[in-house]
Design a protein around this ligand. Sequence first.
Ligand SMILES: *[C@@H]1O[C@H](CO)[C@@H](O)[C@H](O)[C@H]1NC(C)=O
Length: 236
Amino acid sequence: MYFSPSIAAAGFLAVVMATASPLSFAAETRQTTCAPIHLFVARGTTESPGDGSIGSLAQLVINAHSGATQEAINYPASSYPTYIDDVSTGITAVTNQFTKYTSSCPNSTLVLIGYSQGAQIILDALCGSGSATKGGTGSPTITASQGKNIAAVVGYGDPGHVAGESWNEGTATTNGIYARPKGACNAWANVIHSYCNTGDPFCASGNNIMVHLQYPQTYNTQASQWIGQQLSSHAA
Ligand SMILES: *[C@@H]1O[C@H](CO)[C@@H](O)[C@H](O)[C@H]1NC(C)=O
């Protein structure tokens, strides 16, 4: 099954995004300077290259933590008919960018945040995707030891969402359309918050696209505060 509901959603999303204010971000400093805190930000399907709507959460974290930097995951984020291929490309991009940064900066504390397809590729890289038919390898591509400095991972509207996991936030009680196996993310249970609300067509297999568009507005304050707590408790 492909990501067909987003054909209709794509036009709507484009309108919503076009009315959002442009956000400015700290320059990427990934190879020259090691930041105390570094964020990896993966936008959602059909959003223009850059941080996308979840960049608003990145900005809250950067504003609250002097010296924090960010980089956008560079992947296509396209929809039908290339969604599955783009998830694969995205998992590789997350893995490569993460590996490159942590090789140069082994002491930086890390935060990964993603919206929609962006949440799926981040969590697939950490947890495995379950199946190649869902765009992944089935196995994690970032190891526990590579990820030892990860303080927080936030997903909004992840199509790989699995109902009933301890790291879930929000009201959803149904699986996403590309649900991972139960427990796939167990190794990262203490650092993940995955936000999914009832009715979301992608993370909860529902039929209300509006739910999928409201995560930053509904959860940015809560998620940024949780990231702040995670960063405090993870500080070296
Ligand atoms: C990371 O920390 C170790 C141990 O304190 C130190 O030896 C090393 O130089 C640090 N590396 C960087 C890139 O800051």
